[in-house]
Write a protein that binds this ligand. Structure first.
Ligand code: NAI
Length: 445
């Protein structure tokens, strides 16, 4: 579904009109170039707090990607990176203020602000741990100030031993793939498996399963993972078999028509993966449904059916896979939650319950997965332009779009790119993360 307001705001006539009328003018976001995905370009203004810990890791990333680094505000606009990990007192926080006050004018439209800090568990210094937590509030507020230019601000917190894992989130945040990720916190910890892979096609030789792959966000995930080199096994209900086969054959993948709520579906899916090569790199639990009704009028069927698709089957598939060693040493489990599961929504008690529980799944499985070399993470999409959101009444739909710092809804590919990042071998130090892909929606923020 197209966003007519956004298109108009970016037309020549619209620009003049909207500015004269004082209307919000959201900027068209720049997404990955399909011909050259993961290519980083542009200029970076980079600053470090006194005693910053990650200068080497950041410097290496910028050098390897041939990004031009300016030490003082540049003539050309670009991205801003600040290593705030050295800040250990209220007084020292002024370094953050000074850097950004001087450098914000150098931030390009669609540019990125990336702040790197310390996870509180990574320091024994109580004062430093306290002050580092302030970076959450800083980044969330700054994101609101810069969003109207399509620029985003995100925070990477480095846990003990996580310095070696910093490169992947830095690269991802600097890439066009992170266009709709805003005001989020990624935690980089010690890697749980090998991170060796090609940055341009990180999934070559890997098999991944995507549920709900026949359309919408699942289709975009299948395309992005296939672009990155994966062999995709797409799963969807038998009623969507024709679409599923057509999509999967265009991607050189495999179609598995299967209702994931069917008795024995989880074991069937696992056995399919075992017979098709005995290797599985990732399972993306994307299939999901809504059955909206006020709780007082919600039938048992509406509650139970939704819970089986969004939660029960996800748990059964995880159990079936984790009963084997299919995912061990490098595998990935990805949940698809929703900001409804964080903020709640009228008429969605069932949906919000199921999506909150997906976040619970990440929290409860993260440690045991890490011990086996597996990472588990989730995305919580906000307003994404799909058939699901096209069905929302006109005014509510407009509100859903404009209520984010970027002033627009996201596209399925925005969710898919974040999942592509989680699934890449280089993200082996990113575990137990739940990020909202919502352009910093005001809902539940
Ligand atoms: P969609 O309705 O366009 O696609 C969902 C796909 O899942 C469909 O192809 C459907 O056939 C499949 N599916 C449903 N039940 C299934 C079952 N029992 N077995 C196998 N496949 C099944 O939905 P959309 O918008 O692409 O959403 C994808 C995921 O993202 C869902 O989990 C949804 O809850 C979540 N999400 C979507 C948001 C949005 O704005 N569109 C916002 C937040 C979360």
């Amino acid at each position: 579904m197209s966003d007519t307001y956004l298109e108009l705001a970016n037309s020549n006539l619209g620009k003049k009109l909207f500015s004269a009328m004082g209307l919000p003018e959201p900027v068209t976001l720049v997404r990955e170039d399909p011909k050259e995905p993961h290519k980083l370009s542009g200029q970076v203004l980079w600053g470090n707090s006194h005693g910053a810990a990650f200068e080497d890791a950041i410097g290496q990333c910028l050098k390897e990607n041939k990004l031009i680094v300016g030490g003082t505000p540049m003539g050309v606009k670009g991205h801003l990176i600040y290593d705030a990990s050295g800040i250990a007192s209220a007084e020292q926080s002024s370094q953050l203020h000074t850097f950004f006050q001087q450098s914000l004018k150098a931030l390009a439209p669609n540019g990125r602000v990336i702040v790197v800090g310390l996870k509180s568990s990574a320091t024994n210094d109580v004062e430093q741990g306290t002050v580092q937590r302030g970076l959450h509030g800083f980044i969330k507020s700054l994101a609101k100030e810069i969003g109207r230019n399509g620029a985003t601000a995100n925070l990477i917190l480095v846990d003990k031993g996580g310095e070696v894992s910093l490169q992947a989130p830095l690269r991802f945040l600097l890439s066009a793939g992170s266009a709709f990720l805003n005001a989020q916190i990624l935690t980089a910890a010690s890697p749980v498996a090998s991170m060796a892979a090609d940055w341009q096609r990180p999934l070559v030789g890997k098999t991944v399963v995507v549920t709900g792959a026949a359309r919408g966000i699942g289709l975009a995930i299948a395309k992005v993972l296939s672009r990155d080199g994966a062999m995709v096994i797409g799963v969807d209900v038998p009623q969507s078999e024709v679409d599923l086969i057509s999509v999967m054959s265009s991607l050189g993948g495999m179609a598995l028509p299967l209702d994931i709520t069917d008795h024995g579906a989880a074991v069937h899916l696992r056995d399919y993966c075992l017979t098709k090569g005995g290797e599985l790199h990732a399972i993306i639990h994307n299939a999901g449904i809504t059955r909206d009704k006020m709780l007082s009028r919600m039938s048992d069927h509406q509650w139970n059916m939704l819970m089986q698709v969004n939660l029960g089957s996800v748990q059964r598939i995880n159990s079936a896979l984790l009963d084997t060693d299919l995912l061990d040493n490098g595998g990935k489990i990805i949940g698809v939650a929703s900001i409804s599961g964080i903020a709640g929504n009228v008429g969605q008690t069932n949906y919000a319950f199921s999506k909150s529980a997906v976040i619970g799944m990440v929290e409860t499985l993260a440690d045991s997965c890490a011990a086996r070399g597996i990472t588990i993470n989730a995305v919580a999409p906000g307003f994404i332009e799909t058939q699901m959101t096209a069905a929302i009444p006109f005014l509510t739909r407009q509100m859903g779009r404009r209520l984010s710092s970027l002033g627009q809804g996201g596209l399925p590919i925005d969710v898919a790119e974040v999942i592509g990042f989680f699934v890449s071998p280089q993200a082996a130090g990113i575990n137990g993360n739940v990020v909202r892909v919502c352009g910093q929606s005001l809902l539940g923020a």
